[in-house]
Design a protein around this ligand. Structure first.
Ligand SMILES: CC(C)(COP(=O)(O)OP(=O)(O)OC[C@H]1O[C@@H](n2cnc3c(N)ncnc32)[C@H](O)[C@@H]1OP(=O)(O)O)[C@@H](O)C(=O)NCCC(=O)NCCS
Length: 187
């Protein structure tokens, strides 16, 4: 299917809304990305174990929900690279999540372009005031891509009054980042 002129785009990428019909190849790439153990590890999740037919049903069930918007990331040739989503969506804010499943395409600017495309959509089409995210402290590639797209780190308030706390260790520490519409300043 050819990309619609209304789909968000930036630089090398076009974002295909999950509300559009996906081809079998796109579904398969989408699904394989969430089954990959390394990507799941970076994403702080577990590799998907459900069959493809159930995965499709779960995704389609979420498409109609008002608190979530998802897009496939397509490259210059329309090839599916991964997904970018806005979740915990309210009239003023959302949380961003992104996965590029094609690992041989990491580090070539696709992630940054996809984040910029979805931020443009969030601020200029949806009129959000702020987009947030959280990523692992050791995920320097993701933080660099988010910084290039305009995100900044947010200081976490110091935890007081906790004499004993359970810690999963530095490999599992999340860092928050955010960007406001004023900081985006392109619409
Ligand atoms: C995170 C992700 C979306 C970024 O997409 P990408 O296309 O690889 O990112 P980009 O190429 O736009 O930017 C990556 C930047 O990080 C840099 N980088 C790569 N590895 C790095 C490292 N170990 N330390 C510091 N910077 C690093 C790259 O050089 C590049 O910066 P540059 O353009 O200044 O050279 C993608 O790598 C991915 O899907 N990773 C697995 C899932 C994941 O981590 N998702 C985020 C969960 S919050």
């Amino acid at each position: 299917m050819t990309a619609s002129s209304t789909w968000p785009r930036y630089g090398k990428v076009t974002l295909k809304p999950f509300t559009e019909p996906l081809s079998e190849t796109e579904w398969r790439r989408f699904y394989e990305c969430f089954r990959d153990p390394e990507i799941a590890e970076w994403n702080g999740s577990r590799p998907l174990r459900m069959p493809l037919w159930l995965f499709k049903r779960v995704v389609m069930g979420e498409v109609g929900r008002g608190d979530r918007l998802g897009f496939g990331i397509l490259d210059e040739r329309g090839e599916w690279l991964g997904t970018v989503e806005l979740y915990e969506l309210t009239p003023s804010e959302a949380t961003l999540g992104i996965l590029i499943g094609a690992k041989d395409r990491w580090g070539q600017g696709y992630g940054t372009d996809a984040v910029k495309a979805v931020l443009e959509y969030a601020f200029c089409k949806l009129g959000l005031k702020k987009v947030k995210l959280r990523t692992y402290r050791h995920n320097l590639r993701a933080q660099r891509a988010f910084e290039k797209a305009g995100f900044r780190h947010v200081e976490k308030p110091p935890q007081t009054g906790l004499r004993f706390s359970l810690s999963l260790g530095p490999r599992h520490e999340f860092v928050p980042m955010e960007i406001t519409r004023e900081e985006w300043a392109c619409c």
